[in-house]
Design a protein around this ligand. Structure first.
Ligand SMILES: Cc1cc2nc3c(=O)[nH]c(=O)nc-3n(C[C@H](O)[C@H](O)[C@H](O)COP(=O)(O)O)c2cc1C
Length: 207
């Protein structure tokens, strides 16, 4: 199939102090057909240009919400973005078809380790469960939401060596969804896109 255009919507309030998100971004920003849109950089006063954001959405086929996990959710600019950009009747609701058929997923870093995001862990819920309000919002907008890509224990991942496999996996994932090489049904049903990434890759499609 023809390549998809991928929009990475980044929400990190202090990217210069980031370990994980900054490096994940570095791994994909040079890719063809991938647009990186840093919301805090573009809107330092949080005054989101709704029309500009809606145009960006229309111009892309895949939306990746990349952000650190903040209070089991997202940094505030992304909530503001949701509230303003996905307005009723535009992106969602009756008559809203702008986002119909687009693919979305979250690429998240967490401070807590993977073991905390289990029923018997101290966070009690999986990351995917905690993302249900986002997933349902995207679903209501007609988007096809995949499982999240999650990098756990961000504070312990200091060195470039420790981060390299996550960078490589993220790049592989974005390339695959761009090139139509991701098994979307399985990627939607998975708990996350990391653990099973190789199994989720479909053979390269012939044009
Ligand atoms: C305001 C705030 C809230 C946070 N909430 C969570 C949380 O709910 N769960 C979690 O695992 N980590 C939480 N963290 C830790 C961040 O997710 C972690 O620092 C971040 O993912 C690291 O990514 P970075 O290296 O790109 O900054 C929180 C951090 C801050 C500053």
């Amino acid at each position: 199939m023809a390549g998809r255009r991928v929009l990475v919507l980044l929400a990190h309030p202090v990217l210069e102090r980031s370990r994980v998100n900054r490096r994940l971004l570095e791994a994909v920003r040079d890719l063809d057909a991938v647009t990186v849109h840093d919301l805090y950089e573009v809107y330092p006063t949080l005054a989101i240009d709704v029309r500009r954001e809606q145009r960006l959405l229309v111009e892309h086929d895949v939306v990746v919400f990349q952000h650190p996990f903040y209070w089991y959710s997202m940094p505030s600019i992304l909530k503001e973005w949701q509230d303003l950009v996905l307005e009723h009747g535009g992106a969602s609701g009756a008559g809203g078809t702008r986002l119909c058929g687009k693919i979305s997923f979250h690429a998240i870093s967490t401070g807590a380790p993977a073991s905390a995001y289990r029923r018997d862990g101290y966070n009690r819920f999986t990351v995917r469960e905690l993302l249900v309000p986002c997933e349902q919002t995207e679903h209501l907008c007609g988007m096809r939401t995949l499982a999240p890509f999650v990098v756990h224990a961000a504070l312990r991942l200091g060195s470039a060596d420790e981060l390299a496999p996550h960078q490589a996996a993220y790049r592989r994932l974005i390339e695959a969804v761009r090139d139509g090489r991701l098994d979307l049904d399985r990627a939607a049903a998975a708990a996350n896109l990391n653990d099973e990434l190789e199994a989720l890759l479909a053979p390269r499609e012939v044009a």
